[in-house]
Ligand binder design. Structure first.
Ligand code: ATP
Ligand code: MG
Length: 465
């Protein structure tokens, strides 16, 4: 309803080049944002700063999302106060960041992020303590403070450069952001190539907002992405990892993936998976897509999503060929899986700094794929007790959903979990008799031999290739 009201409202908006120093001003009657929709903590931060004599506004995603009748993820504040001055106003405030210093004001679990107005860098400021660029124009440090007008120009997209003052309930629009919101366009402020060179992560942000808002990327903003995508290689792996989680955990992962692939960005984030997509497109694409689809569904249903499972799926298509290569060199299946997993994760961590709390479960989920076919004797029951069983089993079903033939292993495990103890025993007996008829009678074990039987049901490493 609000959205409709906003859409039907007309102002003679300037259609010129994005970015100017006199803002369009939307009064309270000209936009749909109600103070009641805004976090009371965010309002109190703004008012406190204003009462102390500083300029302060709500800015960025929260204003954009409220105009679109969406629930903002968080509330960001922009102010003329320096980080130290902000900190002095609040008991519960901490200065964070080095590349981009800002203040977090804590209210229980809610954090209001307060950033000081920034300006674009002048040449003489470069390589000072506040500002730094590398030879490609990438901004390494962005702590040059400026005016509100400056701040609007250094923001990424026009739709993210809207300022809302809760005291007057007015919106200030310096970059035709309202026009682009109405027209569903993601448009960079300024020269796109230069803005991507300053910060290549803006390419990922363009895709993320396009997917989240179902907006188009304006053609000049879209044009340089494919060519500049390799610049993501310069971004610190820790920052890229954070961006990847934002990309895939926002509830629009499938659409985001499509855009990343189309713009040549996916391969910059997951090089080994991109290669697997070239070698085995149908299986790899289906597996990734199904995992992402499932993630979106879970988010829609308010269920939790484990990034480890998602990452395990995004990387999996690159694994089987590597496992096979090691097996061909004579390595047994389980060690081959472990070594290939170790190498793939190490390689991936050079791009995205995946923390240990995720790499360990990723490896356990993969390891489980090699163990799930081995069910004889007590093995099936031991696997069931394994804390990673559920994830491993779900992963097996995911592989099957992508068209991989596991000889009905998923169904077998589904049934095994469901039936009584005696039926379980029967299922295990049935397995070994099948094997015996397939491979002839087994030799009797030598007495005293400690060697265990291997490969109960064939070597299904799940290559799907
Ligand atoms: P959401 O919080 O919904 O993901 P957001 O637009 O609020 O979206 P944040 O990452 O919270 O995104 O950033 C807040 C604001 O800071 C943005 O709206 C934008 O104005 C500015 N901003 C963030 N990252 C950049 C960047 N890399 N370059 C320029 N401006 C940026
Ligand atoms: Mg935000």
């Amino acid at each position: 309803m609000l959205k409709k009201l906003f859409k039907s409202f007309r102002t003679p908006l300037r259609r010129g080049k994005a970015g100017h120093s006199t803002p369009e001003v939307l009064n309270r009657s000209q936009h749909p944002i109600e103070r009641g929709e805004i976090s009371r903590y965010a309002i109190s931060v703004v008012e406190r700063l204003q009462n102390a004599g500083y300029q302060a506004y709500l800015v960025g995603g929260c204003v954009r999302d409220l105009l679109l009748d969406l629930d903002p993820k968080d509330f960001d504040v922009a102010t003329s106060a320096t980080p130290e001055q902000v900190r002095a106003e609040f008991r519960n405030a901490r200065i964070i960041g080095r590349r981009f210093r800002l203040v977090h004001v804590h209210f229980g679990r809610e954090i209001i992020e307060v950033a000081t107005f920034r300006a674009n860098h002048d040449d003489e400021e470069e390589n000072s303590n506040q500002a730094q660029r590398n030879e490609n124009g990438r901004i390494l440090r962005d702590n040059v403070y400026g005016t509100l007008e400056d701040d609007a120009q250094r923001r990424d997209f026009t739709i993210n450069a809207l300022y809302y003052d809760p005291s007057t309930e007015r919106i200030l629009d310096y970059a035709n952001g309202v026009h682009d919101i109405r027209n569903h366009l993601i448009r960079l402020i300024g020269d796109p190539t230069q803005r991507y060179q300053e910060d290549p992560v803006r390419m990922l942000r363009a895709v993320r907002f396009a997917a989240k808002l179902d907006f188009d990327i304006e053609k000049h903003t879209a044009a340089p992405i494919y060519k500049l995508a390799p610049m993501l290689g310069e971004i610190p792996a820790a920052r890229l990892f954070d961006e990847v989680l934002k990309l895939f955990l926002a509830g629009y992962a499938v659409y985001t993936y499509d855009l990343l692939v189309d713009y040549g960005l996916f391969g910059q984030l997951f090089p080994a998976s991109a290669e697997a997509l070239r070698h085995n497109p149908e299986y790899a694409d289906r597996l990734i897509r199904n995992a992402l689809d499932n993630t979106d569904l879970r988010i829609e249903q308010g269920k939790t999503v484990t990034p480890a499972f998602l990452l395990a799926a995004l990387l999996w298509p690159a694994l089987p060929a590597r496992v096979l290569k090691l097996q061909e060199r004579g390595m047994p299946p389980i060690p081959a899986m472990q070594e290939a997993a170790h190498d793939l994760i190490n390689e991936q961590c050079k791009r995205l700094a995946v923390p240990k709390r995720f790499t360990i479960p990723i490896r356990e989920i993969w390891d489980m794929q090699e163990r799930l076919p081995r069910r004889s004797g007590k093995r099936a029951d031991l696997l069931l007790e394994n804390p990673r069983f559920r994830a491993g089993y779900d992963f097996l079903l995911l592989r099957e959903s992508a068209g991989e033939n596991t000889g009905g292993l998923g169904d077998w495990w589904t049934r095994y979990q469901d039936v009584s103890d005696s039926e379980r025993r029967a299922m295990i007996r049935e397995l070994s008799s099948k094997e015996e008829s397939a491979s002839g009678p087994r030799k009797r074990k030598r007495s005293g031999s400690k060697r265990k039987r291997t490969a109960d049901s064939g070597n299904d490493t799940g290559s799907g290739e």
